[in-house]
Design a protein around this ligand. Structure first.
Ligand SMILES: [Zn+2]
Ligand SMILES: [Zn+2]
Length: 215
């Protein structure tokens, strides 16, 4: 499985555009998933093009929550890809014409080895995360983690032992919760990245547009 960060507050290389928001592209043996869309479709388009990712090839589109920095590129993306299954929180309105639309409320399997944690409320937001079941363990993709990481980790542990977590951790500071992960990529809105790195120097890595994780 390969995860490529396509939208982030930082970039690994000046060839890619950094901008506040998050999106990544996940390729498994059977599926190609776009997770969130950043805040600007034009920036997402340029980064994907540079990274040689074709948005038309995705068969799953997943939106973590209804914040501008995660849904801003969605209308561009839906213009590019009219056939992928789109999984969005039930409070995300305004998308009517997409054929293959799924409103998420409770935790569920969305494809083989791919799960939604279901919508978790917190910090005045409604948010879901993706859990991928891999041979190494559970790989979790988070948008901003407004409800905290705990509910997402609790669900992931019902799928497989924790292996990797990638995305925005917001104000997360319960560091002990990360001790069982083999790979931690706190990026986007993560406020305590330097402390996470200090506590887990061998398992924490930097994100940024262009980062490719092979799992
Ligand atoms: Zn965000
Ligand atoms: Zn957010």
């Amino acid at each position: 499985m390969q995860i490529t960060i396509t939208y982030d507050n930082t970039s690994t290389n000046s060839a890619y555009l950094a901008d506040w928001g998050f999106s990544c592209y996940i390729e498994t043996e059977e599926h190609k998933i776009i997770f969130d869309t950043g805040q600007n479709g034009e920036i997402l388009r340029k980064n994907m093009r540079k990274l040689k990712i074709n948005p038309k090839l995705a068969d799953i589109l997943f939106i973590s929550h209804n914040d501008f920095d995660h849904i801003g590129g969605l209308s561009w993306l839906l213009n590019q890809n009219k056939t992928a299954s789109l999984y969005i929180p039930q409070n995300l309105h305004g998308i009517k014409n997409h054929k293959n639309l799924h409103f998420i409320e409770s935790p569920q399997k969305i494809a083989a080895e791919i799960y939604s944690t279901g919508i978790v409320a917190g910090d005045g937001k409604w948010e879901q995360a993706v859990v991928l079941k891999t041979t190494q363990g559970a790989v979790i993709l988070v948008g901003c983690s407004h409800p905290g990481l705990k509910p997402f980790l609790d669900f992931a542990q019902t799928i497989a032992p924790l292996y990797a977590i990638i995305g925005g951790f917001h104000g997360f500071s319960n560091y002990q919760m990360l001790e069982n992960f083999q790979l931690i990529c706190p990026t986007h809105c993560t406020q305590n990245r330097s402390e996470i790195k200090k506590q887990y120097p061998h398992t924490t890595i930097d994100g940024g547009v262009g980062k490719v994780l092979v799992i």
